[in-house]
Write a protein that binds this ligand. Structure first.
Ligand code: AHG
Ligand code: MN
Ligand code: MN
Length: 331
């Protein structure tokens, strides 16, 4: 039997990639793994526990209905970050404003984390895969002071690490610190993540496309032409591609990362700036995609090159296999 590598062993071994590493980022990744296990456990009980399943009754800052599990996940991750001592502040899709932690210990933390605690929340009540997406930056503000808005509004290229947790048929944590992408599957019996997907690479081409085709009438001519291409036998495979749309970006992305494919959420009249959030969803997944050899753009430019101006900024999003994204953009 080959030796199993736990997430913890992997994080410690990889710390050597960064010559002056103090272990702070390693501890932060371990905090994320702990919160992921807590949320995974809550997700697995979702159908059993009445007070978790169903709408919470509130709306988040963007006017979307908050599901209870959204709030549970948000709190679990915030608690892990606040108590860890590596993070001075966070911004979350579920909260109106960013949060600068007040304790002296937290203000000595060198990192900020931006995250979507529960992606695909409309899928909670119907037992379909959901996830958590996170993005990590080094703070710009001086150590020992409260985190600032400028810490949060850095371009995606400045990310030091990013990843996601997918609560699917199993729970998997995929992350990158800028030296490739690795995936770890949770063994729920012993509560340990094991390296299951080393050095993940996104195929350059694929034959899966993920888009909400209900919006077809509103798509721009370039995108409509690309969908015609996907659905025809004139594409590079000689037969129509397959459409796959889960409605949880993180799950659609994960499948496309492994099998090859493209996910598109363009700007449309009902979402004129796009549907997906630059800081919590697009930047972290774009970082993973590029690290795995894929590409992510807003239809014109690289996602990771966009300078954010607001916390909850939305963008059009094209992400996946490099050649597919280039073709979808009309190149
Ligand atoms: P969230 O649950 O965090 O609000 O994100 C939902 C996102 C994404 O996961 C999904 O692909 C997309 O919104 C679905 O939007 P449509 O229902 O408009 O297709
Ligand atoms: Mn989301
Ligand atoms: Mn969400």
């Amino acid at each position: 039997m080959s030796k199993l590598t736990t997430l913890h062993e992997f994080i410690v071994a990889k710390q050597k990639d960064f010559p002056f590493a103090s272990g702070e980022l390693s501890r932060l990744l371990s905090d994320i793994a702990l919160a992921a296990k807590i949320v995974s456990n809550d997700v697995r009980k979702a159908g059993l526990v009445d007070h978790i399943l169903g709408a919470q009754g509130g709306q988040n800052v963007q006017g979307e209905e908050q599901q209870k599990l959204d709030v549970v996940a948000d709190e679990a991750f915030i608690r892990a970050f606040e108590n860890g001592g590596e993070v001075c502040g966070i911004a979350s899709e579920e909260n109106d404003d960013y949060l600068a932690f007040s304790s002296e210990a937290a203000q000595k933390g060198n990192y900020v984390v931006l995250f979507d605690p529960l992606d695909g929340s409309s899928n909670i009540d119907v037992n379909v895969s959901i996830g958590t997406i996170f993005s990590i930056y080094r703070r710009i503000s001086p150590n020992g002071t409260p985190a600032t808005l400028a810490d949060m509004l850095q371009t995606g290229d400045q990310q030091v690490a990013a990843g996601y947790v997918l609560y699917g048929s199993s729970t998997i944590l995929v992350y990158s610190t800028g030296k490739g992408v690795n995936g770890f599957t949770l063994d729920p019996a012993i509560g340990e993540f094991f390296l299951s997907h080393p050095d993940m690479k996104m195929p350059e081409e694929g034959r899966l496309y993920s888009i909400n085709e209900g919006n077809l009438q509103d798509f721009n001519p370039t995108l409509r032409a690309y969908l015609d291409y996907c659905q025809s036998d004139q594409n590079q495979t000689g037969k129509p591609y397959s459409g796959r749309y889960i409605g949880s970006l993180v799950a659609d992305f994960h499948r496309n990362l492994i099998k090859g494919g493209i996910y598109i959420y363009p700007t449309v009249p009902s979402a004129p700036q796009g549907r997906l959030r630059l800081l919590y969803e697009c930047n972290p997944l774009a970082f993973i995609a590029e690290q795995a050899g894929g590409l992510a753009t807003d239809g014109q430019q690289r996602i990771l090159a966009i300078k954010p101006s607001q916390l909850h900024q939305r963008v059009g999003f094209y992400i996946g296999s490099k050649k597919m994204v280039e073709k979808a953009m009309g190149n």
